[in-house]
Design a protein around this ligand. Sequence first.
Ligand code: HEM
Length: 120
Amino acid sequence: MSEESLYQRLGGHDGITALARTVFNNHCKNEVIKNRYAKSDPENVVQKVGEFMCAGFGGSEKYTGEDMLTAHTGMNISDEEFNAVVNDVMSALDTHNVAQKEKDEILVALWSMRPEIVHV
Ligand code: HEM
């Protein structure tokens, strides 16, 4: 029996888009990183991050944004900021009652992207 994809377990397109929205709302309240998003169009960020997660977690959605290295190059993002983003994602998963197994899988995925995001 094959396990459902992370995409399916998180509630597919609608579940993941709702998650992306909560993550962005958390960023806007997080003193460590909120200034980074001061000039962002919230709908665009939710759309891009939602697509990125859908595509990465096994959905058929196409990601239309930049790769992680290109998107974050020149921002000189610190370890503290990276940890703040990870915390906001974990907190959003709690808000949406996502179980520990899925939280662990997402934590590993986030951590694997760290070299393309921190100090690039
Ligand atoms: C594993 C962690 C992260 C992931 C998966 C991620 C993902 C993304 C994605 C998918 C985009 C959209 C790119 C595009 O529009 O083409 C983006 C943009 C951005 N990210 Fe990250 N990111 C991460 C960490 C961070 C961190 C630590 C910061 C610093 C606080 C950060 C700040 C930004 C900013 C400022 C943008 C541009 C938003 C805009 O378009 O207005 N990201 N990120």
